[in-house]
Each structure stands twice: as C-alpha cells, then as structure tokens.
Design a protein around this ligand. Structure first.
Ligand SMILES: NC(=O)c1ccc[n+]([C@@H]2O[C@H](COP(=O)([O-])OP(=O)(O)OC[C@H]3O[C@@H](n4cnc5c(N)ncnc54)[C@H](OP(=O)(O)O)[C@@H]3O)[C@@H](O)[C@H]2O)c1
Length: 334
C-alpha cells in the first residue's frame, strides 16, 4: 500500500513510499481509507513545530474515513463493508482523559491515516452518520469532536447563551454549526469580510473583522451591552487570550483549544476577579464522538468542505492550509 511518512520535517520532505498492507490481528479490523482531512496540528506535525522529538518515520494525519475490508477472528463490533472513522486518541473510549490515553493520538504518538489501509483495534472506530460521504466524515475526528467537547461537555452550552468563535477554520466553523443548531447566539471573528459573509449563511448572528477591529474585545462588549459572552471557543492562543479574557462575561467559560497566534502572557488577576472558568480541551473521547454523531444525524448537519485535494497533492493541501485561505475543512481524497 501507498503511504506518506515524515522522515525529515518540512512539507517538501514528506515521503511517498510503500509498506505492506496490514492483516488484522485477533481484535483488529483493517480499514481501506477513502478520504482524510487536515487539521492545523498536521501542519505543525509535518513542520516539526508540534513535537520536535517526534518519533520517525511517522505516518501523519489524524482524521480519515473508510470502509472495513477485513476483521480479526475475535472482532464482534464490525463487519466487512461497514463505514467507519478512527477516533483521534485510540485509547480514549470514555471518562476523563489521563496520561496513557493522551499518548495514543493518531498521526503523532502512533501512525496516522495518510495511507491506503490501516489496522485498528475494534474499539478505536465509530460509525459514519448515514447522510455523510467519506469526504464529509473524514472532517469529524479532531476538529468537530473538539468543538463538541468545548460547547457541550466542558461547561454545558444553554440555548440562550452567546458564544464567541475565533476565525473561520475547522474547529470554529464546526462550533458555529453546532451552536447555531442548538439555538445559541453566535459572534464570529475573521480576517476577511468575505468569510464573514459565508459565516452568515451558516447562521452566525454577529460579525467582527479582527483586522479592522484590533480591539475586537471592545466590539464584543458593544455587541453584548457590556456584559461579555458566555463562552469562548479559544483557538487563537497566546495572541488572543488577553482579549478573550476581556470579552468573556463574569463567571463565563473559555475553552482553551488553540495556538494559532503568538503573544505575551496573560494577567491572572482578571481571571480571578471575573471568576472565569478556563478549561483546556484535548479533542475528546469515543463517547463524545458518538454523542456528537447523534447530534449531526438528528440535525442533518453537513461539514463545510472548502477544497478537496487528491492523495498525490498532499503537499499542495498542506501549503494551502498554511496560507490560511480556507473556510472550514480541507479534504484529501484517496
Ligand atoms: N486542543 C485541541 O484538542 C485542538 C483540536 C483541534 C485544533 N486545535 C488547535 O486549534 C487551532 C485551530 O485549529 P484548526 O484546525 O481549526 O485550524 P485552521 O482550520 O487552520 O484555522 C485557521 C484559521 O484560524 C483563524 N485565525 C488565525 N489566527 C487567528 C487569530 N489571531 N485570531 C482569530 N482567528 C485566527 C483564521 O481564520 P480567518 O481566515 O477567518 O481569519 C485561519 O484561517 C489550532 O491552533 C489547532 O492546533 C486544538
């Protein structure tokens, strides 16, 4: 089978090579991948920014979707032909995360999905919602589960809450879709008015161009009659955190997710004086993935795919992500 490996860091150094097609062990199923999607983490992984000590060679990408083509002798959950996506952390089935579970992430700790076939423990997969194609399902394991975890499992979104979403990348657009379907009010920021228009079509209520309004925290305050928002899906990181702390309401919730921008440290005084709840989010468990898939199926939610590249165009796809031109998800078709 064809696979890509990280040997040396850098997009241009991704190596296309061959490995033997896996056979399933007793408890394993073999999945033939039809699609994958990119996350910002994959870009960092390939460039060596995520973990400079990454064990190599390593197959990158955490998110794929495909069909079961063979099953081990003790497998009870799956049969040939089932449509599945592997979960991000193969060892995190349910409950709270721990160190061991956190060390089982695809495309980092273990080989990822940028390969034609993969063998997975039968517990490390979920069913694809019926109304989704392989390309659409491939967008779910990291970005969508992270958004779901941030909104519904960390501090319980309520229908009359207001949520702030930062930018129009994968996590933020899923969070916009979920929050809108749930009936919450959404404020979204972007560097582009054109992208804000697209966010409007997806149900966003209020819009801030963070290039034009560098004081976007003040803009949030104006939009909420100085109260601040109930939740922030914080993907900006060091460069946005101080303003997020200004933009959240007293006792509000910040889901700490991303590292998209650089900046200075934050002052803890306002965190304590505003009694802000800050929760670090690391994707989510299989249980969260399954609960999210129910929400997606019941509401017929369709992931937003910006652009699809062929398996052979992975370098172009990663460069496209690096350019930040996308809205929603970038997909790789096998
Ligand atoms: N903790 C976790 O479990 C977890 C899971 C998934 C992702 N993440 C992290 O979350 C972040 C987003 O991931 P992703 O895959 O959704 O990324 P992505 O699809 O590449 O999103 C990039 C977009 O973010 C926006 N952005 C960039 N800098 C920004 C800033 N300073 N302020 C506001 N928006 C900004 C831009 O949107 P516009 O073009 O509209 O401005 C950009 O196009 C990454 O740091 C990723 O590592 C963490």
């Amino acid at each position: 089978m064809k696979i890509y490996e990280i040997n040396e860091f850098g997009i241009e150094n991704l190596t296309l090579t061959n490995r033997e097609t896996p056979e399933p062990k007793e408890m394993e199923v073999v999945v033939k991948f039809h699609a994958a999607s990119l996350n910002y983490r994959d870009l960092m992984m390939v460039n060596g920014w995520y973990n400079p000590n990454l064990k190599r060679p390593r197959v990158p990408l955490s998110d794929g979707a495909g069909e079961v083509v063979s099953v081990g002798s003790a497998v009870t959950k799956w049969k040939v032909g089932d449509r599945v996506t592997p979960i991000f952390m193969q060892g995190w089935i349910d409950g709270a995360i721990d160190f061991q579970k956190a060390r089982t992430a695809l495309g980092g700790d273990v080989d990822g999905v940028l390969r034609e076939f993969g063998a997975f423990d039968e517990n490390g997969l979920v069913c694809i919602p019926e109304h989704l194609s392989y390309e659409e399902a491939a967008t779910l394991p990291c970005a969508a589960v992270t958004a779901y975890h941030a909104l519904f499992c960390s501090d319980g979104l309520k229908p009359d809450d207001t949520v702030l979403l930062q930018g129009t990348g994968g996590v933020s657009i899923f969070a916009l879709q979920f929050a809108s379907h749930f009936g919450a009010k959404t404020i979204i920021t972007s560097s582009s008015d054109e992208k804000l228009e697209r966010a409007k079509e997806l149900g966003a209520d209020e819009f801030i161009n963070y290039k034009e309004r560098e004081d976007w925290d003040k803009a949030v305050s104006e939009l909420t009659e100085k109260r601040g928002v109930d939740h922030i899906v914080e993907v900006g990181g060091a460069g946005t955190m101080a303003k997020s702390i200004n933009a959240v309401k007293m006792g509000g919730h910040i889901a700490v997710i991303g590292v998209l921008s650089q900046g200075d440290g934050v002052n803890p005084v306002s965190i304590l004086q505003k009694s802000i709840k800050m929760q670090g989010i690391f994707v989510g468990s299989r249980q969260m993935f399954e609960d999210m898939n129910r929400l997606i199926s019941q509401n017929h939610i369709k992931p937003v795919i910006d652009k699809t590249f062929d398996f052979s165009e992975i370098q172009d796809a990663l460069k496209y992500m690096q350019s930040g031109s996308h809205f929603g998800k970038i997909v790789i078709k096998y």
